[in-house]
Design a protein around this ligand. Structure first.
Ligand SMILES: *Cc1c(COP(=O)(O)O)cnc(C)c1O
Length: 368
């Protein structure tokens, strides 16, 4: 007799829909019979990893038969030095998404509420539902997190609050003073995750580095990743900085070998490659200016962004525009699932990739 497995899944899991990633290049080339497809859909570094990380990865062949260092000692030592924190403050993840999920699994259950903003990174909603908790989504203010609304949404059931700084897909950010004032007011038993996936890109003087704050705010967890500016998205490595008691609890739910050996070695090398970091930041700066200029010429509005991506208001439902871009071999990201149906998110690419996007967008808008 057939079994209704859906009825066996937890209510939280039943309510989930899978995360929609950016469309892979190979898929678009196969489906549309195109070559030379440009992907500006997942906020990857268009240069990929730097030479030091590439070399470290290439040297891993002899180690593939052994389990990784479960504790990630060498990477933790490198990160501790890089960040000026104790190794006991660190939790390594299979991407920072892994760490976001560890926080939910370690601390949140069906009796709890998790607060995050409208237009915030979708993984917050996914991990909240997966553990059966209630998501409390506060309205955004001009596309940005409204800290006042988020503070007011905290109840006696609130266990966790997610802030993306800057946020993806909007590129909006929270300034030092506002964030510090907010953290001071959050009850001590409410955990606050500040997701700094794009930390390295931000050049605003008022943008806060929250890592040193974890000693002052025991309920603060800061997450970062090697997937974005360090160009290691395929290897899946990210981390959290928190007080050591929280790190110890996260370590209990963590899979013992969640970060593989090539990822650990490449991440250590990436931290040392300051030249590649500067090159990547310079490319992003000029590419952002190029995209902004192109969009202004098309008379399109966009949300000012401090990351390596831009949310563009195409002034009409964005899905057909996304499809028209695909047919021209340009993959952008529709963000209707973020409540932004008229917007497309585009990653800052190399000069010629940005040019391809702007030209394809011009044609798409003319055609529709
Ligand atoms: C890309 C991204 C992440 C992390 O992705 P990982 O590859 O899992 O490290 C986390 N938060 C935000 C807001 C992101 O955009």
């Amino acid at each position: 007799m057939a079994c209704d497995f859906a009825s066996l899944a937890t209510a939280g899991v039943r309510s989930l829909r899978p995360y929609q990633p950016g469309k892979p290049i190979e898929e678009v080339e196969r489906e549309l019979g195109l070559a030379d497809v440009v992907k500006l859909a997942s906020n990857e570094n268009p240069l990929g990893p730097g030479p030091l990380a590439r070399a470290a990865f290439a040297a891993c062949g002899g180690s593939l038969g052994r389990y990784p260092d479960s504790n990630g000692n060498a990477l933790k030592a490198a990160l501790a030095r890089h960040l000026g924190v104790s190794e006991t403050a660190l939790t390594l993840g299979n991407g920072s998404n892994d760490v976001l999920e560890l926080v939910a699994r370690a601390f949140v259950g069906p009796a709890h509420e998790v607060v995050f903003s409208e237009h915030a990174f979708l993984v917050y909603a996914l991990v909240t539902r997966a553990v059966g908790a209630r998501a409390v989504v506060t309205p955004a203010r001009r596309f940005a997190h409204d800290l006042e609304a988020m503070g007011s949404a905290i109840s006696s059931r609130t266990r966790l609050l997610f802030l993306a700084n800057p946020n993806n897909p909007t590129g909006t950010w929270i300034a030092h003073r506002a964030l510090e004032t907010f953290l001071q007011a959050v009850p001590a038993e409410v955990l606050v995750v500040v997701d700094e996936a794009y930390f390295e890109y931000v050049e605003e003087p008022e943008y806060p580095n929250c890592v040193p704050w974890v000693t002052r705010y025991p309920n603060l967890i800061v997450t970062r990743t090697f997937s974005k500016v360090y160009g290691l998205a395929a290897l899946r490595v990210g981390y959290a900085v928190s007080n050591p008691v929280i790190a110890d609890l996260l370590n209990r739910v963590r899979q013992p070998f969640n970060v593989n050996t090539p990822a650990q070695r490449a991440a250590i090398a990436a931290l040392q490659d300051t030249e590649h970091l500067s090159r990547s930041l310079a490319l992003n700066r000029s590419g952002m200016a190029q995209l902004e200029h192109g969009l202004q010429q098309l008379r399109l509005r966009y949300i000012p962004s401090v990351g390596n991506f831009l949310c563009v208001d195409v002034g009409r439902p964005a899905m057909p525009v996304y499809q028209a871009l695909l047919r021209q071999g340009v993959i952008a990201r529709p963000v209707d699932n973020y409540g932004l149906a008229n917007f497309l998110r585009v990653t800052v690419g190399r000069v010629e990739e940005n040019g391809r996007f702007i030209n394809a967008l011009r044609r798409s808008l003319r055609a529709s």
